[in-house]
Write a protein that binds this ligand. Structure first.
Ligand code: SF4
Length: 233
């Protein structure tokens, strides 16, 4: 059995090792496919579907998790693919605060998405979690990409402090029983903040500076809350 597969992507032929995803094969041809939930150092889960491409089947396939097959004919930018991406982006804009998600805002512009197309639909309304000296969680800006969960689990830290909670529209990222972060297995490594593609996870110091505090005030405030936590525990 051959260990390679040959396919065409946008009419260009390519041979890749079996198991290569469409996203990676396209990259080898210099074809960029947009992504939101995908991160090169994390396990791909095909959640946001913005990387969906046409493979000739009845439904489009998420390029980040779909392996290439022999004889596959992939179109990464057909009208149907563009329409799908536009709709996904418009639904995200209707539901989530994307003001601090520059890459997603760029995609909205690139695909001519109308951020007001679904205006009036339910928006995510979540309390802001400011429960530790290191970072703030604002899930009103969360696109449920799962990156923070993945990096907190077996992709890096093995702390398992975060997971999904809820169902359907109410699906959200949460700690076990929604406990405050200091009461979880979080080790405050900061990797979740580093991989978050939006402003949903933000260093506490950055948040305080954005609120207009001086560096001295920021230092005093974060030092104080650290001490408080130490006394409590
Ligand atoms: S908090 Fe950030 S990294 Fe985590 S799921 Fe939401 S957008 Fe993704």
């Amino acid at each position: 059995m051959s260990n390679t597969v040959t396919l065409t992507i946008n009419d260009q032929e390519i041979t890749v090792p079996a198991g290569t995803t469409i996203l990676d094969a396209a990259k080898q041809l210099g074809i960029e496919i947009p992504v939101i939930c995908y991160h090169p150092h994390l396990t791909a889960n095909g959640l946001c579907r913005v990387c969906s491409v046409d493979t000739g089947g009845r439904v489009q396939a998420a390029a980040c998790v779909t392996p290439c097959n022999n004889g596959m004919k992939v179109q990464t930018d057909s009208d149907a693919v563009q329409r799908g991406r536009r709709t996904i982006l418009e639904m995200l804009a209707a539901t989530v605060d994307l003001a601090e998600a520059p890459q997603i805002l760029e995609l909205l512009a690139e695909y001519g998405a109308d951020a007001d197309r679904f205006a009036g639909g339910a928006r995510r309304e979540a309390p802001i979690h400011d429960d530790n000296p290191f970072y703030i969680r604002d899930y009103n800006q969360c696109v449920n990409c799962w990156r923070c969960v993945q990096v907190c689990a077996e992709d890096a830290q093995y702390a398992f402090a975060l997971s999904f909670a809820g169902r359907g529209f109410h699906t959200k990222i949460a700690t076990f029983l929604d406990d405050p972060m200091p009461d979880t297995t979080c080790v405050f490594c900061g990797q979740c903040v580093g991989v978050c593609p939006t402003g949903a996870l933000k260093p506490k110091r950055q948040a305080l500076l954005e609120q207009g505090l001086s560096p001295d005030e920021v230092f005093a405030q974060t030092r104080q809350s650290r001490r408080k936590k130490h006394i409590v525990s």
